[in-house]
Design a protein. Sequence first.
Length: 583
Amino acid sequence: MKKIAMLVVMLAGLLMAGLSHAAWNADWKQRVKIGLNTAADGLPIAAAVDSPAVLIRLHTGNFPFAEAKPDGTDLRFIASDDKTPLKFHIEKFDGLNELAFVWVQVPKLAPGAKDAFIWLYYGNPAAAAGDDAKGSYDAAQGLAYHFNEREPLPQDATANANHALRSTAKVIGTGLIGGALAFDGNAELALPSTPSLKSGVNGLTLSFWIKPTDAADAPVYTQTEGAAPLTIAMRGGKLEAQSGTLTATASAPLAVGTWQHVAIVVKDGLVIYLNGQEVAKAAGNVPDLGGAAVIGKGFKGEIDELQVSTTARSADWIKTAAMSQGQDQKLVVYGPAEGDGNGESGPSYLKILLGAVTLDGWVVIGILMVMFVISVYVMVTKAAFVRAAARDNDRFKAQFDKFMVNIASTGSEDGAGAAGEKAAATKYRASSLYRLYASGAQELRGRFDAYAKAGREMVLTDQSINAIRATVDARLVRELQRLNSQMVLLTICIAGGPFLGLLGTVVGVMITFAAIAAAGDVNVNAIAPGIAAALVATVAGLAVAIPALFGYNYLTSKISELTSDMQVFIDEFVTRVAENHSV
């Protein structure tokens, strides 16, 4: 009974251990741990930030696109408890070029949290789309334009559907986060007048990323309704916010040709934030503001990620947006992919490398694989050929004296010698020496037949012996061609394999750095997998060239031995013919 009880306890322990490691859903085979570092070495905040939409930048250096669905519909984000699904939506997912931008609503960012994280699950081919743009923002978010839609007008990602009334600005694909709007001084973007964009007792927050092409004075944002409409403009290279009699001018200028985050908070005055830092403040009463506005009329430059909130966002909220969406973000930390989805162990290094190889890398590796198969085929078949030739050559040399004794009978009328040589051709089919002998014997037989018909004595002149040598030499050339056939394929693999691998590596490194530049994630964890995966092409090239080099040198030495044997044999054969059948 005690043994049974102990067994029950052990089984229960194993079951509980298994449950403690259970993943969110067994249908999702892969996952990545995404850290959210708000400690001093990450994105330090002084107070908690509730329900922010955090930008997750995926690229070839931090996510194995090959293991996810091409359109990203199998992505799921789960809280750290590995149970609670998080709302998210995909702004862009390009599986071919391995680049994606995903917005995830995190329940809370606590200050000083170095080990906070969420899970990204993927790898379910049967999964339907699970993103929810309308649920990815809190109730105070009135508008969010990503400028990455294919619709003719910018579309609001929130549930308020505050889509643009009109836009003459050009949509470009090289914004800070995917697409952006480019303004040339005449283009404009018009926002609608809706209750979900009007300020109230909670205030208003307007934020966007801006990249001016010059420092000239220009309006950036102009409201067209309300008692004291809000206007934002560039004055002397600095941002200026004005509402009624209140004016706030930034203490720091905008940098030309550089993306910067701008936020204006309206509540009990005006506050301007630049790159998450307060740069201007004007206290006072601001009447309720309307929603209709015109953006970019007179401005030259680019604008990305326009957001309007019907509440005064905290300084830490704005800092989180500014310092987590840019290219120098330190909030999001990407962990390694885990292959089995149960949290117990990650995949092998080989799987990580292969999963990070880009399409161009697979094309190069595919070509190298074909070259490897060809080189192996050539080495195997050629080694078997030279081995058989050497074996039959040894067998023929052992019988060569008998062939030379009977060679004169090839001219006899009964043809017994010819029949013997026919059988010998089958017996020594791989022998290059026998084929040299057969060509000389056939030439000799023809001359003996001619002499017999003319009734002449069977005596060879010097000219006849030279003609026999020429015939055998011609056969030697064909035998050498046969021995060296396909050897050029090995030289191509030896010389071309490393260069193809290097090409794949260079292109892979270029794509990795381009993706990192586009995604804005420059930490070592983001760079290392892409670079390592790019080097796989070089390894593949060397894996083709090194065996081919060894095989080529081995085969060359064996062919050289056979060539020497044939040259010695020709001298011996011609000498024996001259001794036996010349004066």
